[in-house]
Design a protein around this ligand. Structure first.
Ligand code: PEP
Ligand code: MG
Length: 601
């Protein structure tokens, strides 16, 4: 939920989603991509009509988007902050502006993006030059519109170019894509604040790995922020403060200190067993997005890698070659050996656009041509990855994980291709170690077929981020419905339980590699439901170990069976809170996990 208050000193508090824990204060760097990504084109007559349409469609899309945000913002927060949006709508419907852009396309034969860049850009420049707070606010409104319009025409996202490598700025944008975050250099950025997104968007997941605090779902921060504003990002509480006062700064330092202390104290957990008080051992693995992260996995007390999101290797201009892939996989496998490493095959698509493979122009990208579907359609890409994986498995510690499986035919075809690649390599004289093949349970159809899948898979890994999204029909990246993304919805819990039961009937293990695996209340439930392994951001391993060591398996088992009979997520949450909130509070890990509950206004 987002709310904002603005006083005369322009101190502004915005409440959003605690997407990546931690605290940072720095100069704001609003990402505006006009200088770096808009290219001028002079069009032949035949393309004019298409460019006009592109612009007009972008206007309609932007109007619809603003109307939607305005309406929901009012009804959810009860705040009358919709004035900003009304201003945006007025500007967008100004015939002078719209006709000016259309003229640029029609008369000057310029492409739509360039026309917006020049016409709207000249308005922004004019307002920015007037030395008055009201006019600067207007320029901010126009900048926001500029970004929204360009975003509606092109999903390529912002480009980080103007930040020096040691600036430690707070980046602010309407939206960040994970591929963009990959371009940040250490020290360059201290935190992110963004209008869109929830806790399970891939940019949030990657930020947690990189330990960059993030508040997402702020809805309007990109429009409010001005370059050089000072901004506090409280990624643990889900709040940002623009132009903080002395009191804010004092509280920021206090809370940052608690966060740092809690982090330090956790290192005592490193070498302890993830065992419940009554002796139930839970395997704790780490999720990584970059091969270089493999080194820190063991330092944080994990005993293997439960998910390497291999698609992050493909976030570059040209796809990595088979040889390059093999080197990257080998680096991870050898660093962690003899512990197991689960490498997921290419899960491109959704919010993970891979240049040259997936398209930005799908209406429903999370349900589109993505993941295993792409791999089975483009066998040459898939087999290249499979051969690289099999060749890299020198120590025999590889487990291959197949994403987005929705039926047996996909699993069978993928396994057939794995075997074919193995035979091909062996016929060339290579020695190929045995490898286990697992299925991600993240599509409801897979849960419906879970008994059959269990007979043909070596292990399951439940991708709760997608499983929740698809079961509840709640887009995991949409900030307008983050409160509907309910991990403890009885439908979700029942799916997890059915998966565990089916796997155990066949004698195969079940992991959870979605973000649910590191939320303290969810950890209690997942262990109670019988999950064997949890895999999470490396930093969360020690905190999760602390939670596991505080619990009693018999007790959480009883709790899990009790909540399975409940009617809704609210009842489950209330029950868990009443029973375990104090225990979790006493663990002293609140500021590390996100949403530590301390909000200010
Ligand atoms: C999931 O869906 O829970 C998962 C672990 O995969 P990803 O977040 O990459 O979609
Ligand atoms: Mg997934």
């Amino acid at each position: 939920m987002t709310s904002s208050t603005k006083n005369q000193a322009e101190r502004t508090v915005l409440v959003g989603v605690p997407a990546s824990p931690g605290f940072a204060m720095g100069k704001a760097f609003p990402i505006i991509n006009r200088e770096v990504s808009v290219v001028e084109e002079t069009l032949p007559e035949s393309r004019i009509a298409a460019e006009e349409q592109l612009f007009l469609k972008a206007v309609n899309k932007t109007v619809a988007e603003i109307n939607k945000i305005k309406e929901i913002s009012e009804s959810r927060t009860g705040l009358r902050d919709s004035l900003i949006f009304a201003t945006h709508l007025m500007i967008l419907q100004d015939p002078g502006l719209v006709n000016g852009i259309l003229d640029k396309i029609r008369k000057d034969h310029k492409n739509a993006r360039w026309a917006v860049h020049v016409v709207l850009g000249s308005y922004i420049d004019k307002f920015e030059k007037i030395d008055s707070p009201a006019m600067r606010d207007k320029a901010a409104d126009l900048r926001d519109l500029y970004n929204r319009l360009l975003g509606a025409m092109d999903d390529s996202g912002p480009v980080l170019e103007d930040v020096a490598t040691d600036d430690g700025v707070v980046l602010v944008a309407h939206e960040f894509l994970p591929s963009f975050l990959m371009t940040i250099k250490p020290g360059q950025v201290s935190a992110l604040a963004m209008d869109t997104g929830g806790r399970t968007s891939h940019v949030a997941i990657l930020a947690r790995s990189l330990q960059v605090p993030v508040v997402s779902g702020l809805r309007n921060v990109a429009a409010l922020i001005k370059p050089e504003d000072t901004i506090i990002v409280d990624g643990s509480g889900g709040m940002v403060i623009v132009n903080p006062n002395e009191d804010d700064i004092r509280r920021f330092h206090e809370r940052q200190e608690v966060y740092e202390r809690q982090r330090r104290e956790l290192f005592t957990m490193r070498r302890l067993e993830p065992m419940t008080r009554d002796g139930k051992y839970i395997t704790l693995h780490a999720n990584i997005e970059l091969p270089t992260e493999a080194e820190k996995v063991m330092d944080f007390g994990a005993t293997g890698i439960g998910l390497y999101r291999s698609e992050f290797l493909f976030f570059r201009k040209d796809a990595p070659s088979e040889q390059e892939q093999c080197e990257a996989y080998k680096q991870i496998l050898e660093t962690v050996a003899p512990c197991p490493v689960t490498i997921r095959t290419l899960d491109a698509g959704g919010d993970k656009l891979v240049p040259g493979i997936t398209s930005a122009n799908e209406a429903n990208p999370f349900m589109g041509w993505r993941s295993i579907r792409v791999c089975l359609d483009r066998e040459e890409i898939f087999c290249e990855q499979l051969r690289a994986l099999l060749m890299a498995n020198m120590r025999g510690n590889l487990r291959i994980l197949l994403p987005m499986i929705s039926g047996l035919s996909e699993l069978r075809r993928a396994k057939m291709l794995i075997n074919r690649c193995r035979e091909e390599l062996e016929s060339r004289g290579h020695k190929v170690a045995a490898v286990k093949v697992g299925v991600m349970i993240e599509v409801p159809a897979a849960v419906m077929l879970v008994d059959k899948l269990a007979k043909e898979a070596d292990f399951f890994s439940i991708g709760t981020n997608d499983l929740i999204q698809f079961t509840l029909a709640v887009d995991r990246t949409n900030e307008l419905i983050t409160d509907m993304f309910q991990p403890h919805h009885p439908a979700v819990l029942s799916m997890i339980y059915q998966t565990v039961m089916a796997a155990h009937r066949q004698g195969i293990p079940v992991a959870v590699c979605g973000e649910m695996g590191s939320d303290p209340f969810s950890v209690l439930l997942l262990v109670g439901l019988g999950v064997d392994e949890l895999s999470m951001t490396p930093w969360s391993v020690m905190a999760t170990k602390k939670i596991i060591r505080s619990m009693n398996f018999e007790d959480v088992r009883e709790t899990a069976l009790t909540v399975l009979t409940m009617d809704d997520a609210e009842s489950v949450n209330a029950y868990l809170k009443a029973k375990y909130a104090q225990t979790i509070k006493d663990l002293g890990i609140s500021s590390l996990l996100g949403d530590d509950g301390e909000k200010q206004n």
